[in-house]
Design a protein around this ligand. Sequence first.
Ligand SMILES: Nc1ncnc2c1ncn2[C@@H]1O[C@H](COP(=O)(O)OP(=O)(O)OP(=O)(O)O)[C@@H](O)[C@H]1O
Ligand SMILES: [Mg+2]
Length: 235
Amino acid sequence: MTSTVLKVTGLCAGYGRIEALRGVDLELKAGQLVALVGANGVGKTTLLRTISGLINARAGHVELLGQDITRLAAEQRVRAGLAQVLEGRQVFGPLSVLDNLRLGGYTHKPDPGRIEEMFNLFPILRTKKDQGAWQLSGGQQQMLAMARALMSRPKVLLLDEPSMGLAPLLIKEVFEVIKRLKDSGVPILLVEQNARAALAIADYAYVLETGSVSLSGPAAQLAADERVRSAYLGV
Ligand SMILES: Nc1ncnc2c1ncn2[C@@H]1O[C@H](COP(=O)(O)OP(=O)(O)OP(=O)(O)O)[C@@H](O)[C@H]1O
Ligand SMILES: [Mg+2]
């Protein structure tokens, strides 16, 4: 039996009078890559931010490795094993690549070996380690953002639109990296507009429509579903 690493039940969150999440249930199992797809504004980012604690849940629960983390501060959730790459690759521009990575591990003991592991995973970052993050290309910044999140050796990784704004060649590269991360055993919850590419590498998937899950199932099954094909795959 595969164990559940992240479990979301009846999650509600919003902004003022806007109810952006209306009772979301979702599960991520050990070693899985789970894709969350949906149109603009349906609540994907809100869901990730509520899981990571940047937005308070109004109702429902988030459990990480069996621990209820719903009321923990975002930083405590990082310590508990949750890492998130925010939408729009928020790297620290003025800092060097190396310092960005050091910051990623700030909640934990200094771990120089981990930086080396990140350079092995993302060789391009080694060649640029002393350059300012602002000097990196969009795809390289995305890799830095992922490497930074991985510095804390997370038990679960949340990725929000890693392919956004990237040229096709870089999109391919970023998806290959995500696949490699999954194969290395990190469970990943991936939010993507690029539904086709996300479903192609995911084990399981959820479709979000205006704040709640409208469809879910094994990724291959959803990719073959007429409703998904016409609404999200342009078939
Ligand atoms: N800071 C905010 N203040 C008020 N409303 C917000 C805020 N952020 C998001 N919303 C609203 O909450 C809803 C969900 O937004 P969210 O950003 O979660 O969607 P999304 O699925 O990530 O969209 P996209 O694909 O465009 O990134 C939308 O109606 C949006 O307008
Ligand atoms: Mg979003």
